[in-house]
Unconditional design. Structure first.
Length: 194
């Protein structure tokens, strides 16, 4: 898609999310579609040809393809959940197959506050390697989305939340790094665009 087309799709999906927000509906499927087109638009604005799902010539199962760089990009989105200090958002990698089979080179994770993008993080596949391990006690649907990376608003409260789950797990190194050094991931489009 060309930049003008991506901009129109992104704008209309953003408007749909706003209407849903106005009537109190948090539609995660539309939010995820919006996230994909938002990232596609950002990459197109930086001068890249971007192929979106369903587009002719697109290969692979990741959300986006940059054909000139032979690169696949996965897009994840997560709404802030929890109360007060234990607020978090998560990027689910299902059962870890995407990571194990190296179906993408980079992942862009957008956190949402309601229906609005709050933060954008860019990870290389290597940085997410440990997320291929199932964490059954932490995911909403342990049988289908147990490979998950959380963005915690408060690290100590995040540790407590993890310890209190049915099957206590430790925080992933990437979750600790994301909290302690968000600048290594926040808006790091340069990782993709080198």
């Amino acid at each position: 898609m060309i930049e003008r087309e991506l901009r129109a799709v992104e704008e209309n999906l953003r408007k749909a999310l706003q209407v849903l927000d106005d009537i109190g509906i948090a539609d995660k499927e539309i939010a995820q579609k919006y996230a994909v087109y938002f990232v596609a638009l950002k990459l197109a604005e930086k001068g890249h040809e971007v192929l979106v799902p369903g587009e002719k010539g697109r290969k692979g199962r990741a959300d986006l393809q940059l054909p000139e760089k032979k690169m696949m990009i996965e897009v994840k989105s997560g709404r802030r959940l929890g109360r007060r200090l234990q607020r978090r958002s998560g990027a689910s990698f299902g059962q870890g197959k995407q990571i194990k089979q190296k179906e993408f080179g980079y992942c862009v994770f957008l956190t949402f506050e309601g229906n609005k993008i709050d933060e954008i993080f860019v990870f290389s596949l290597k940085e997410l390697n440990e997320a291929q391990k199932p964490r059954e006690g932490l995911a909403s649907y342990g049988g289908t989305n147990s490979c998950i990376v959380f963005r915690f608003d408060n690290l100590e409260e995040g540790k407590k939340w993890v310890r209190n789950r049915k099957h206590p797990e430790k925080l992933l190194n990437i979750e600790i790094e994301l909290y302690q050094h968000p600048e290594k991931f926040r808006d790091r489009w340069d990782k993709i665009l080198i």
